[in-house]
Design a protein around this ligand. Sequence first.
Ligand code: LMR
Length: 401
Amino acid sequence: MFDTLTAMPADPILGLMTKYRDDPRAYKIDLGVGVYKDEIGHTPILTCVKKAEQHRIDTETTKVYIGPTGSADFNLLLTQLAFGHDNPALLANRIRTVSTPGGTGALRVAADFIQRASTRTSSGQAVIWVSDPTWANHTGLFEAAGIIVKTYPYYDYDSKSLKFDEMKAALTKVGPDDVVLLHACCHNPSGMDLSTDQWDQIVELTKDQGFTPLIDMAYQGFGDGINEDAYGVRKMAAAVDTMILCSSCSKNFGLYRERIGACSIMGKDSASVNVAFSVLLYVVRCLYSMPPAHGAAIVETILGSPELKQEWLDELKVMRDRINGNRIMLVNKLTEKGAPGNFDFIVQQKGMFSFLGVNQEQVALLQQNNGIYMVDSSRISIAGIGLTNVDHLAESIANVL
Ligand code: LMR
């Protein structure tokens, strides 16, 4: 049976991790996968996580199955974090949440749910619209669920800005049978976010067109802050009948390998969302039966304790400030080293990523000659920059340009 298979290329993002690890050069720089790094290139375990983990070890009494929804406390606390405590949809009992294996798990659950719930095209497939560009794995995971993936314009590589008018024009043609994926904040890969005013317009358009929004929130707290980054999610939830939210605790809690996230569905009333939830649970059961519990236990311990929550918010701010500081540092260094062009857009963009704006050949040269690793599209993970490598980085970029 295996003889009929042809090899798949390595994942464009994860493949870089292995390549980087195997590179013996001491001066190599990892700007590949979206993982927070401190000044010495280490991805630390947050202090609040260590404390919560110790607390769980001391108090946990069983490892019995947790069930397809995962932990009810985690689900509630994370839903409140995303939608806000006083969200009318939450107060009206119109939201249901399951814990999932990471944000990717949440998206895959959402994908299978959409394929079951949507009015299909004549080919029997649902349709989802994603931004051009979007996270490299979005397309694969929706297609794996049998969904047709279409794109709407989003980022203009030449002017390094949002193609907002084109985006709106494209979404004006999307009908109520389809789903539109939006990035809540820290757009991956471009770092180019909607302003609050642009969110307001997209929310209005969603209401008018009647399509279902699926918001992917993988970086809450990495842009401007926990509440600021949830602006679009909260505005959308207050305005439409139906939406889906996929969240991740990988980055903001630094729980990458624990695989914890959540998929929330919001319906027009409590009764209809209960029916939808039964379908969501069926999907979970078929995909992986039930989510891992450890990461959820850590997050619920943190969010459930005022002291630990404050400690977490402080640690999150340190990560956010470092990334923003790196953005400024890189632009200053590029200017200092005489790199041609204007790089101010890097400072204006949000979250872990920006496109450097070099071509694929230059990306390859940077890797080959300078040990600098980034995704082929020239997406750079800003957290990989530090005081000790920024000179080598800026010099190499100036040279290749
Ligand atoms: C990224 O985009 O680098 C992260 O979301 C990690 C991943 O799984 O791709």
